[in-house]
Design a protein around this ligand. Structure first.
Ligand SMILES: NC(=O)c1ccc[n+]([C@@H]2O[C@H](COP(=O)([O-])OP(=O)(O)OC[C@H]3O[C@@H](n4cnc5c(N)ncnc54)[C@H](O)[C@@H]3O)[C@@H](O)[C@H]2O)c1
Length: 437
């Protein structure tokens, strides 16, 4: 029989560390738990007694043990780089909890150490091992959804102020390194990238804010929209300020659509005819006829394809009209003033895109900036920006031993987080420039 992999856990007495320790202790797989490590002496002692295992408060001591082949790092995010570094320098393989690290600099340092020491390392994105996700990926690869068109991911993981008192490290830039984007959203962001494109977004713009947590400095709400290099559109919305819709992934293809709710199939729709063929071939007589979904789709898509606004724009009333103006304008690549916006009545047009600085609620309507200035605050993340900054995930060989995650998971997360936090992404700099976003 093959030798079992002997695991040690750093941060073993914490929430997720204890979970890993219990699972490993149950055994049954090609692994065994041999040693524990936590800084909290009292909880470590209790855990060692309960599991009948040796323990230490020193991570350096744990990784040096002869009976440890691999290490699970379950400490707070800002310690991930340090603890992964210790483990790989001692020649151990590693599974690190998400997120990869608390700053892009630490993430890159960590990847370099893993590569230099040629260790196997993976990020614990357990959703990748979820049978529903595996099945969905098979369906995508088999073409059952047709051409992928768009993906929508969201999570509402409400937390009270009490949550930020736990562990002594949450809710601060220094000790947590961010909020919902770094703590709760990584699973959803990872799934989005994995399912839609197995790649990072090519373009992204987004907003984030602390909507109401008084004892937290970091963002509790974030949303973004963008495009993957393969043309798949995405929207994402993650919050610990909202409640009720825990976690969703909605994936739309030309031949079908799949909705996941809390990691389970909630709905699968298969179209009778591929939408792309249908849109090209249909020539119905009355595009505005009541209930004529075919006609409406045709009417909406044709002017946009020609780069012209939808007829509804003329009405300049509802959101639909504005959306079409924006969509049509995007095709022409120059800015547009939206009709009927706040401030317009007083003769003071509002900027189409606001400056990246400060939370939304603090912004006052102001005069429209010059077009070039607006473009400068575009919040657009290009693939070449990412490559230039080394954050495109192609330069590392980090492999997930645990859940089959490809190399770029952590880097992807960082790139997205940085772009969302700053509202823009400058090549050559991997740092989140705004700490108060
Ligand atoms: N994959 C998931 O679904 C999931 C779920 C929860 C948490 N996490 C991740 O796990 C990490 C820990 O989160 P948590 O909620 O378990 O936090 P926690 O505060 O409950 O646990 C962290 C543990 O690390 C210990 N620790 C701190 N500094 C240490 C050091 N220098 N050496 C050894 N031990 C040290 C603490 O004493 C504590 O027991 C975070 O990065 C979080 O994002 C992942």
């Amino acid at each position: 029989m093959d030798k079992k992999v002997r695991f040690g856990v750093i941060g073993s007495a914490g929430l997720i560390g204890n979970y890993h320790a219990n699972l490993l202790r149950e055994g049954g797989g090609p692994y065994q738990l041999t040693a524990l490590c936590d800084l909290d002496e009292a909880r470590l002692h209790q855990q060692c007694q309960r599991l009948g295992l040796p323990g230490t408060t020193s991570a350096a001591e744990l990784v040096a043990r002869d009976d440890v082949d691999a290490v699970i790092v379950g400490t707070p995010h800002p310690l991930h780089a340090q603890h992964v570094g210790l483990a790989v320098e001692a020649g151990r393989d590693v599974i690190v909890e998400k997120p990869l690290a608390a700053t892009p600099g630490d993430a890159l340092k960590l990847l370099k150490a893993v590569n230099r020491r040629r260790r196997i390392a993976g990020i614990h994105y357990q959703q990748r091992a979820n049978p529903t996700v595996i099945k969905l990926k098979e369906m995508i690869r088999a073409g059952e959804l047709g051409k992928l068109l768009s993906i929508r991911v969201s999570g509402s993981y409400f937390k009270s102020d009490f949550y930020y008192t736990l562990g002594g490290w949450r809710g601060t830039w220094r000790d947590e390194g961010g909020g919902v984007l770094i703590n709760q959203a990584p699973h959803g962001i990872d799934l989005m990238c994995f399912l839609a494109a197995e790649d990072m977004p090519a373009e992204l713009s987004g907003h984030c804010a602390n909507l109401y947590h008084t004892n937290s400095q970091v963002e509790d709400h974030a949303s973004a929209t963008g495009l993957f290099p393969n043309g798949v559109h995405f929207t994402m919305n993650f919050s610990v300020a909202t409640h009720g819709d825990s976690s969703r992934v909605d994936l739309f293809g030309s031949a079908g659509a799949v909705m996941l709710q809390d990691g389970k199939f909630a709905r699968y729709i298969r179209y009778e005819q591929d939408l792309v063929d249908f849109a090209r071939s249909y020539g119905g007589p009355n595009p505005y006829g009541a209930g004529s979904a075919r006609g409406a789709r045709r009417a909406a898509s044709q002017p946009l394809r020609r780069g012209r606004p939808h007829p509804q724009e003329g009405q300049a009333a509802g959101l639909g009209g504005r959306g079409n103006v924006v969509a049509a304008d995007h095709q022409r690549h120059h800015p547009v003033e939206l009709p009927g916006q706040e401030g317009e009545a007083a003769g003071q047009p509002r900027p189409v895109r606001e400056d990246a600085g400060g939370p939304d609620r603090q912004r006052a309507p102001g005069p429209a900036p010059a077009a070039a200035e607006r473009r400068g605050h575009g919040g657009v993340l290009t693939t070449s920006d990412l490559r230039a900054s080394g954050l495109d995930g192609r330069s590392n060989n980090l492999k997930s031993q645990h859940a089959g995650a490809p190399a770029a998971g952590g880097s992807r997360f960082w790139a997205i987080r940085t772009a969302v936090c700053t509202g823009r992404f400058g090549s050559g700099s991997a740092a989140c420039r705004r700490r108060s976003c």
